[in-house]
Design a protein around this ligand. Structure first.
Ligand SMILES: Nc1ncnc2c1ncn2[C@@H]1O[C@H](COP(=O)(O)OP(=O)(O)OP(=O)(O)O)[C@@H](O)[C@H]1O
Ligand SMILES: Nc1nc2c(ncn2[C@@H]2O[C@H](COP(=O)(O)O)[C@@H](O)[C@H]2O)c(=O)[nH]1
Length: 211
């Protein structure tokens, strides 16, 4: 007999994407601070560390050779080249965590999102953030003060092409104001946790109820 104490929730993979500078990192940090059921998936990257970034917390920073070895050993759930650097999600930890009900937050681009969705469709929730305008996006990128004017220009050049992938996402919302955007995104996360497909043991429990 399967009692209701046998009901457990499988973890989900919560993906935040946006054109560079629209505010993924800002919203991700707020989510992590406000919600103790979700943990960051820390990516591996070959891009140089920015001032203030911490190796192992913001990214696992590595070189091209090591990254390629990890690709060859199939150590990534997904990987992509973004702005001429390599980025990837290490497979270790995620699969076991999901089984234990741990949710993971991914700050990854549209290419990685497609790969995750192809591999683990029902576990993946895809959220795309839009900036309120192109001018505001440029203000945010320049105002962040972490990139050279050339890097900012390059990211702006690619913004429209990144935005064109908006329809590959389950939810699309504008990051106009940090607080209200965070509330909307957190609302999506909380609702998605309640989906029937994530409740393990439900089939047996309902079958026993109907006996
Ligand atoms: N709603 C908002 N209003 C005003 N400024 C914002 C808002 N959201 C984020 N910002 C600011 O915009 C800048 C870019 O934000 P953030 O670094 O979070 O973007 P990102 O999408 O993670 O960029 P990247 O993809 O390059 O990592 C930061 O300086 C951040 O403080
Ligand atoms: N496909 C993946 N994309 C990733 C991953 N980690 C980060 N990203 C995306 O790269 C760009 C640039 O990030 P930045 O920190 O250098 O500004 C941004 O769109 C991230 O979402 C990853 O593991 N896989």
């Amino acid at each position: 007999m399967a009692g209701f104490d046998t009901l457990h929730r499988r973890g989900l993979m919560f993906v935040l994407s946006s054109p560079s500078g629209a505010g993924k990192t800002t919203i991700a940090r707020k989510l992590l601070g406000a919600d103790n059921q979700i943990a960051m998936s820390v990516s591996v990257t070959t891009r140089p560390m920015r001032p203030g970034e911490v190796d192992g917390k913001d990214y696992h920073f590595t070189d091209r050779e090591t990254f390629q070895r990890m690709v060859d050993n199939d150590e990534f759930l997904e990987w992509a080249i973004v702005f001429d650097h390599f980025y990837g999600t290490p497979r270790a930890q995620i699969k076991a965590g999901l089984k234990d009900g741990q949710d993971f937050l991914f700050d990854i681009d549209w290419q990685g999102t497609q790969q995750l969705h192809q591999r683990m469709e029902t576990d993946v929730v895809r959220v795309f953030l839009l900036p309120p305008s192109i001018e505001e996006l440029e203000r945010r990128l320049a105002g962040r003060g972490t990139d050279t004017p050339e890097v900012v220009a390059d990211r702006m050049n690619r913004a429209r092409s990144e935005i064109s992938h908006w329809d590959g996402y389950d939810y699309v919302t504008v990051n106009d104001d940090v607080e209200s955007c965070f509330e909307r995104v957190h609302g999506i996360l909380k609702s998605e946790r309640k989906r029937r497909a994530r409740q393990t043991g439900l089939v047996d429990f309902v079958r026993d109820l109907m006996r």
